[in-house]
Design a protein around this ligand. Structure first.
Ligand code: MN
Ligand code: MN
Length: 318
């Protein structure tokens, strides 16, 4: 049970448009805070988009998601779970990137997440582009590879872009498999669609036994059936959840750098997360929210709502 310190500010006490916007109005517990040792799930921002190969902007994601997340209330509408009473959750702030030095940023992120793991804090982060997930996994999965539930319109399993070994948001999961941070046999990627450079990502998946569920298969079989398979593949051992907002159709979530048409609606976007109940999710992220290309801010509000769904799955796994 969470104690009084870790309760979000209620909209019954202070209107939700007022006050300083932390994630879901939780207390801000920066590194070194006296209550840091009691945090079970830490929400934090990774404001960096140095891995973006097309339209930049997700560096501005965490701030806008924080702002919209003040709309979140205390109780899940379907399960009745009150996550902030069930676990000590806090906003840990942002991990500061070096916007002009990618490798330095990757090191900073990895160190920050290794430190959280050492303190027993499970991370739920808001990106940032999808390359952010790679140093997170380096920070928390070096001891034992994790399973993965991955919602995205792209596999992010591509070889290096632009020659050499260049890390981008198109290859975090290929690199994570190669570094044995993820167990490819316990990985599932859902929602894959859009035009392709070639089949190099699919070939990599096939060679390593990674399950890819295209959007065509998701809609043909239905969400409940596909997610039952996801739970079977990922199993009950520790797993990570990574949610690229471009999984959702761009008519609903236009604020992202590489949108692909023909995706799920907002209800389906939440449903896939609810169907992860029972998985042992030890860390999760919401990435690729790009306020500069979002005319309404609605993408960040959906992202905040999805983070609440993810948080509820994480709390149930504690
Ligand atoms: Mn992605
Ligand atoms: Mn994507």
């Amino acid at each position: 049970m969470a104690d009084a310190f870790f309760q979000p500010i209620s909209g019954m006490e202070l209107p939700r448009f007022a006050g300083i916007p932390t994630f879901m109005r939780l207390p801000h517990v920066p590194e070194g805070h006296p209550r840091e040792r009691d945090v079970q799930i830490g929400l934090l921002g990774l404001p960096w988009d140095g891995g973006t190969s097309n339209r930049p902007g997700p560096r501005h994601g965490p701030r806008q998601i924080r702002d919209y997340s003040t709309m979140i209330r205390a109780q899940h509408p379907v399960t009745g779970l009150r996550p902030f009473e069930a676990a000590n959750c806090a906003d840990l702030g942002d991990v500061g990137p070096n916007p002009v030095d990618g490798p330095d940023t990757l090191d900073r992120f990895e160190r920050a997440f290794a430190s959280l793991k050492a303190k027993g804090i499970r991370p739920l982060s808001a990106g940032g582009d999808h390359l952010c997930t790679f140093p997170v996994l380096r920070g928390i999965a070096r001891a034992a590879p994790l399973g993965l539930v991955h919602f995205d319109s792209h596999t992010d399993l591509f070889p290096a872009y632009f020659g050499g070994k260049t890390l981008t948001h198109g290859n975090p999961f290929r690199n994570a498999v190669e570094e044995e941070l993820l167990d490819p046999k316990r990985m599932i990627q859902i929602g894959i669609r859009g035009t392709m450079y070639d089949s190099a990502d699919r070939d990599f998946a096939k060679a390593h036994g990674i399950r890819i569920v295209t959007i065509e298969e998701l809609f043909a079989r239905g969400i409940a059936d596909v997610m039952a398979e996801a739970r079977e593949i990922v199993g009950t051992k520790p797993a990570y959840m990574s949610y690229d907002i471009d999984f959702v159709d761009p008519s609903v979530a236009p604020g992202t750098g590489t949108p692909e048409w023909g995706g799920p609606n907002a209800y389906q976007a939440m449903q896939v997360v609810r169907e992860c109940a029972g998985l042992n999710i030890v860390g999760a992220d919401m990435v690729e929210v790009s306020p500069p290309v979002d005319p309404t801010g609605g993408t960040a509000w959906l992202a905040a709502s999805l983070m609440f769904e993810m948080l509820c799955v994480m709390v149930a796994a504690l």
